[in-house]
Design a protein around this ligand. Structure first.
Ligand code: TUI
Length: 314
């Protein structure tokens, strides 16, 4: 465990699983942690008692450290935070907002806090407030996204903070991992590829949609409402884009997305479900165990680095 992120989190591989609502259940989180990475239960929009059950279930499935991703736009985020502070998972990652008001209580409970951010200013703010590491998520990621690419965001965040930085968004294989570490990251966050794992309980239609995705299939909707979301192109995203183009009322656009995640992940509705996924979906080719996915990011590193050296020796 030479890597400082591994040391901080007590893990074997510097891989954090993305906090994907409905997808990142106790089963997935435990499988990632058992495979040597850091698994996260995604609280998403779930009520606090569901999150507590998931934490308890994860404890039954693994002795390794795991975390909870708290989505701060959730109407239940306050109660979820209280449950998390009581249950004390090793890590809390946050998304879609500023976790500042919870920082003191989380730290007092001995929980490591890793905010997901999409800008340099937010990374600096989070470091000042006591974040243990920063997850810098580029716009290639799935779900709710920022504007800056991983390629541009990660080195700027690395230069702006001293805590470990985890690169997120678009990292689908060992080449992506090497690129992330070249940009100065201490670790990687992987979301989309874990959807296509044996242990992920998402509907098989959803997994198949990721496997079939091509380079331009992970599209963004919701820019006009201020909450851009990347998901696989389908009837729902086309409807969304049509309403946005027509400047339809905010409520009408919002209504379209209600229940979209459940339709996709639980019911396998690939037409009207919200198939959140990152641009890396096009690079996911098979369903395999989480442990194999984690290891794949660290295979043939010498060949990749050798190739780089050859090309760059001018
Ligand atoms: O949070 C995510 N990805 C998500 S959340 C989610 S659930 C959802 N469902 C429907 C509509 C919208 C969301 C699905 N995917 N990623 C982490 C992330 N956080 N990306 C960007 C941010 C972020 C944005 C603004 C972090 C901080 C922030 O700060 C705003 C502020 O308060 O200044």
């Amino acid at each position: 465990m030479e890597n400082r992120l591994c040391k901080l989190l007590g893990i074997e591989y510097p891989v954090i699983q993305g906090g994907m609502a409905w997808v990142a259940t106790a089963e997935l989180a435990a499988a990632v942690s058992n495979g040597g990475g850091l698994g996260l239960i995604a609280a998403g929009g779930a009520p606090a008692d569901v999150v507590r059950e998931q934490i308890k279930k994860c404890r039954e499935l693994t002795d390794k450290p795991f975390g909870v991703n708290v989505m701060l736009m959730s109407p239940f985020s306050e109660e979820v935070m209280q449950v998390v502070i009581e249950e004390k998972p090793a890590v809390v990652a946050t998304g879609a907002g500023n976790p500042g008001k919870y920082m003191e209580a989380l730290k007092a409970a001995g929980i490591k806090v890793l905010p997901v951010i999409a800008s340099v200013a937010m990374a600096q703010k989070m470091e000042k407030m006591g974040a243990d590491a920063i997850i810098a998520e580029g716009t290639e990621a799935g779900g709710h996204i920022g504007e800056i690419t991983t390629m541009c965001l990660v080195p700027q965040v690395v230069d702006a903070v001293s805590v470990p930085v985890v690169a997120a968004g678009g990292i689908a294989d060992a080449r992506g991992a090497v690129a992330a570490f070249a940009l100065g990251a201490d670790g990687i966050q992987v979301g989309t590829r874990f959807i296509c794992s044996d242990e992920c309980i998402a509907h098989e239609n959803y997994k198949n949609a990721v496997l079939k995705a091509k380079d331009r299939d992970a599209v963004v909707t919701g820019r006009s409402t201020g909450a851009p979301v990347r998901a696989l192109k389908n009837k729902l995203t086309r409807e969304y884009q049509r309403l946005e183009k027509e400047n339809a009322p905010f409520e009408e656009i919002e209504q379209l997305g209600v229940g979209g995640l459940r339709r996709a992940f639980a019911e396998g509705d690939v037409q009207m479900g919200s198939l959140m996924a990152g641009q890396s979906a096009a690079m996911v080719h098979k369903i395999e165990p989480c442990a194999d996915i984690i290891r794949s990011y660290f295979k043939n590193i010498d060949d990749i680095l050798g190739g780089i050296k050859t090309k760059m020796e001018v």
